[in-house]
Design a protein. Structure first.
Length: 75
């Protein structure tokens, strides 16, 4: 729970205000990308990189595995 508590303490609530035609192979993933775009995220952390990378690249968002995200945060 410590990691989740730390994430919640720095998270910002983001309303989704923009919807587009599906950009990702799995349309159910679009709302995650929309939240990242609307929230101004620079990084999307997921084990499902293959579904997100091409769509996220269009918005300048890096798609990284959790271990890589932790390494970036520790640097």
């Amino acid at each position: 729970m410590t990691i989740l508590d730390a994430l919640v303490s720095v998270a910002d609530k983001t309303d989704i205000w923009f919807q587009w035609c599906s950009l990702l192979p799995d349309p159910a993933d679009d709302m995650v990308l929309e939240a990242a775009v609307n929230g101004g995220a620079g990084m999307l952390v997921t084990f499902n990189r293959r579904h997100f990378t091409a769509g996220a690249r269009q918005f300048g968002i890096d798609v990284v595995l959790p271990a890589a995200a932790l390494a970036r945060l520790e640097a």
